[in-house]
Design a protein around this ligand. Sequence first.
Ligand code: HSE
Length: 412
Amino acid sequence: MQTVNVAVMGHGVVGSGVVEVLLAHEESIALKAKNKINVKYILDLRDFPGLDYSDRFIKDFNLILKDESIKVVVEVMGGINPAYEYVKACLEAGKSVCTSNKELVAAHGAELLKIAGEKNVNFLFEASVGGGIPVLRPIAQCLAANDLYEVFGILNGTTNFILTKMIKENMAFDDALALAQQLGYAERNPSADVDGHDACRKICILASLCFGRHVYPNQVRTEGITKITLSDVMYAGIAGYVIKLIGHSKLLDDGKISADVYPALIPNDNQLAGVDDVFNAVMVRGDAVGDVLFYGRGAGKLPTASAVVADVIDCVKHLQARKYLSWDDGDKDYVVDSKTVKTKLYVRAKVNDVIAAKAAVFAVLDEAEFIVGAEDNGEVAFITPAMVEQELTLAIESVKELENPAILHVLN
Ligand code: HSE
């Protein structure tokens, strides 16, 4: 059996998981890859004394780039710089690259895939969406017969963990975030999770793959969960919903797409409502297959390492052959604002006089389903019939009885 040398760039949570899995499963992986996989270098600026593999650490990227025996490079550093420069250089040097770095793929995926194609090497990033859940490969391969028309889901483990703690344990947002960070789920900067940027990058990757053109993060309306209160969680529960952060993209009639990230009320009987803790779920809709749901651990060291190592095995098995992933460049007019789509909306606001506020709401909306219990907190909360958000905003702007109303979408 031949040996294929690989390098791992980054020894953080995911990187250390990748090395551990490659070493712990060395024999079974060799059988599956038809080659022995040897981790020759681990690139990190920090020192890691006392590990079984401490002798493999290097600090100079050029050692990897110039070593022709390195056929596959794993990029698990995160961030754009220097990951982008390193990955591009590796692909240009004819090395396959596997990454979990959704920020990189969402920003530069089309370009890096193109270079991989020109150099006849692979650029794989299964772990960048859904952590350990196989979702990109199934979309690209197993659903290839379909015209896909919608993709949406719970794409961020940290926010799902936080919301689950709020829903099930009445835990305050800050405490739940601290716990998620302690467990290694959150990104280096928690804003990436709680403000929705991580989910945004993932819906960019999913939409690019499903619909064939690159979707850039700045084209996606992105709203996080920091404004969600324990009261929202409670009112949603009373009305038969749970609040989840959703990434959503849809193919429209004119060939353009919508793409958004937003916290939504999910009806209790929807499959996504039962997706709790750090779990993610991705729903893909195709014209031949109908609905397909992917579910599993969306964050964490070993689930993510599981997906990265599977990509490494795939690269090693296909050193001379290109895999299937690719999409075209994007366009500034390709993604449209989905605020024009009709949906039920949830509204919560502080009020001085509950009865006056309800009357004022009924004066501007034909229908509103008020949630019982909100008045105990000096608030009103209600769900509108399906309507465009902008119409609602305009209608309630004139309702002076509602102080700073919060609006959330209700998933149909
Ligand atoms: N911080 C991310 C999450 C890690 O919570 O989902 C996996 O991408």
